[in-house]
Each structure stands twice: as structure tokens, then as C-alpha cells.
Ligand binder design. Sequence first.
Ligand code: ADP
Ligand code: MG
Length: 288
Amino acid sequence: SIPLGFFGGIGAASKNGVLVKGSNYLEGLNNVKYVVFDKTGTLTKGAFKVKAIVSASDWNQEHILLYAAYAETYSSHPIALSIKEAYGFDLDEHRITDYNEISGHGIQVTFENSSVLAGNEKLMQSEEISFVKPTEVGTIVHVAINHKYAGYIVIADEVKDDSATAIRSLKQMGVKKIIMLTGDNKAVGEAIGRSLEVDEVHAELLPQHKVEELEKLDAKKLPKEKIIFVGDGINDTPVLARADIGVAMGGLGSDAAIEAADIVIMTDEPSKLAAAMQVAKKTRNIVW
Ligand code: ADP
Ligand code: MG
């Protein structure tokens, strides 16, 4: 039978904006030793803004932005939204045929009579297109038109005001290691990791690589120690499912993520995780 105190604990957590989907997860919060955060939309706002457009071809900046915006026509990725916002005009879907969103890489599309690629270094490498190495620190979207490199777009996201507090509180509560995983580039990942005093950063990961990182950690930890993964769920549902406790950020998260998660933070504040751990601790003291 489930001790009554757990229901009180789940209720207290929900008043704090944290939905816990079972008393076992609430109890599990008492043994959390590793907290793994996804970057985009979890520790950062996921509100990207285009900062610069750099041409490396005969195509001018306006053309590069136009092609990139059309490539992103059907994508709801935060990167895609920022490019479409910078472009600023309505998109005529009839100009697009053959649309492919390649998870963790970018987009391949046919725009009128041109083939367009918009995405990261991995996308350029897999298509064997040589690209310019940007000097700017930011999320970079490389653009190739008809298989020739055109240039790149520099996009910046911002760390959430709440993220530093969240990480500090978790460390105070006895979490051994805070890890950040991201599909974004190393320069961005390391800069954000340093500013938030995250213990480990793994960048340039595909969604399946994030699952592998959890598996490696799982093999190293003591049996009783729990691993939490916190993500917004865009491309990350398998990672949520693989963690001992999967936490979705409900504020920005996708429906699939909320479904796959064991705990849902109903706001966009990662510090709610530490608050839920406090509730779990009090609940244990009442129950046992
Ligand atoms: P994160 O791990 O930061 O949440 P994702 O796994 O969602 O990031 O994406 C990883 C990387 O794949 C992005 O940083 C970007 O380089 C590239 N990417 C994904 N989707 C798109 C898109 N729609 N347009 C351009 N690039 C994309
Ligand atoms: Mg993500």
C-alpha cells in the first residue's frame, strides 16, 4: 500500500507548479545524484535571435536569409522561428517542394528550382560541402544553394534568469554532478556551461547520442543513485524515457514530452526541480 503522506507530497508539489506522476518518482527525488539538463529551451530561453548574416559567395545577405527562411517553412524548431522572424515576410508554401527536416542536423528542401540546405556543420559534412568556420560565438546555420556553400547565419539564445539559481540549489541539496547535453556547437555549449557552473558539457550530440550519454552514466553510478534528465522534449522524448526520472519543462515542452515524462514542471523555471526535491524530503520525513 502507498502511505498517505505521499499523496500530500504530490499535492504540495503540484501547488508549486510541479506535476509528479506517481509516489515512486517523488520518493526517487531523494536519491538524485546526477542531473542532466538539455540546453535549448531548458537552461536557455529557446528564444533565438538572428545576429548576423555572413556571405561567403555571390549570394548577398538578403538572398541567404530568404533561402534559409524558405528552407525552414514547416519547422517549429526555435532556430527556424528566429530565421523566419528575421526574414519578416509571409512565406508562400507553393514555392516549396520536397521538404526534409533532418533531426539534429537541419533542413533539406527544394525551393523553386534550387535545392537548399540549412543546418549545422554535421549537415554540411554529410553533404560533402566545404564551409567557412565562423569566428562568432553563436548557434550557426550554414546555408548551401544548389550544393554550393552560400554563407552562414549567426543566431543567439539567452540563458534563463532562473538557471543559475537552479544549478546552485541542486548542488546544495547534494547532487554530485550537473551535466548539460546539447546538439548545438561546442563554443556555445562551453560558454553557457561555464557561466552556469555546470560540471560537464557534451556538445554536438544527435538525439541518440544523448541517450548514449545517459547509458554511460548509468553504468558508472551506484545502484541506488538516480539520474534525472530535464528537457523541453523537442527531439528528446527518447532521452526522457531513458532517465530514471524524466522531467519535462511544461512551459515550452511538446505534448509528446509531457506524455513521456515522469515529472512535469508546469512553468519554464528549472529551479522548480530543487523545490520538488525539498517537498520529497519533507514527505519522506512525514512518511517514515
Ligand atoms: P538542443 O540539443 O540544443 O536542444 P536540437 O537537438 O534541437 O538542439 O538541435 C541540434 C542542432 O541541430 C541545432 O543546434 C542546429 O544546429 C541543428 N538543427 C536542428 N533543427 C534545425 C532547424 N530546423 N534548422 C537549422 N538547424 C537545425
Ligand atoms: Mg532540444
